[in-house]
Design a protein around this ligand. Sequence first.
Ligand code: SAM
Length: 274
Amino acid sequence: MSTQPAAHYDRVHEAWTLIMGEEFHYGYFADPATPLDEATAALTSEMLELAGIGEGDRVLDIGCGTGRQSCDLAEQLGARVLGITTSASGVAAASALARSRGVEARFEQRDGTANGLPDGAFDVVWALESSHLMRDRAGLLSESARVLAPEGRLVLCDIIRKREIPFLEVRDRRDDFAVLRAAFGDAHMEPLSVYASLLEELGMTVVEATDISVPTLPTFAAWRANVTAHSATLLGLLGEQGVADFVRSTHVLEEFWSDGTLGYGILAAVKSPL
Ligand SMILES: C[S@@+](CC[C@H](N)C(=O)[O-])C[C@H]1O[C@@H](n2cnc3c(N)ncnc32)[C@H](O)[C@@H]1O
C-alpha cells in the first residue's frame, strides 16, 4: 500500500465520508455528546473567527478535502476561493460539489509545498488539518507567506506533536506507528512552536497559537461510532484489515492525546504591510 498522501486520500475518500462526514477533520466538542457534524462545524468556526474573511476576499484553501469548506466560504461569505489538493479524486469530488451547489469555488490539483501560484495573490491562506501531510513544513509555510498579499492572514489548525518521541520509544511502539500510517497515510507532526518560529522567520506575526487537544479528544469515539454504524459498507471499501487498522488507530491516538504525546493546535499569523 502506498503511503503517499495523494494515493492514500484517493483510496480512502469514500470511506472517510462515512466515518468523518462531509468535513474530513476533527471535531471541536463543547460537550462530548455533541454530534460529530456539529463538532466539525465548530472547528471550522474556530478557524473562521481567526480568518476574518470578508466579501470578495481571495482565499487559498490548502488541502481542500471534499471542498465543503471552500464552498461554504464562497457561498456564505462571498469569498473568491481556490481549493487545492494533491488528490485527483479530491479535485473531482470538490468540483462536483461546487457545481451541485451552484457555487463559484475553483479546485485545482496542486501541492501546498510548491503551489506555483503568483506572489501576493491571496488575502487569506486557510489550511485546515492538511499540514501534517506535508513533510516539508517550511515549504508549506514559505509558499503560504509568498502568495499572501501584505497584511494577509494565514489560519491553520492541525494535529501537533507535544513532546520529543525518543528513538527507543518509536522502536518499542513501532506497531502503533505502523497502524497510524496504515490508517492515515504518511503523517508528520510538529509542535505549535515550530510553526510559530518558521512563520516568525518568514517575517509574519503570529497572533494566535492555542492548544485545543481537550475539545478535540471526543472525535475518536465519534469516528468509532460511525464505523459501527456503517460497518458493512466500510468492510467493502477498506477490507477487514483496513477497518481494524482504523479502529485501532483511534485507540492509539486517544492514548497519545491522553498521555500528552500528540494533540491538536490552532494558529493564525499576519503578513506585514508593504
Ligand atoms: C485531513 S484532509 C482535510 C481536508 C479539509 N481541509 C477538511 O478539513 O475537511 C487533508 C487534505 O490535504 C490534502 N493534501 C495532502 N497533502 C497535500 C499537499 N502536499 N498539498 C495539498 N494538499 C494536500 C489531502 O488530499 C486532503 O484533501
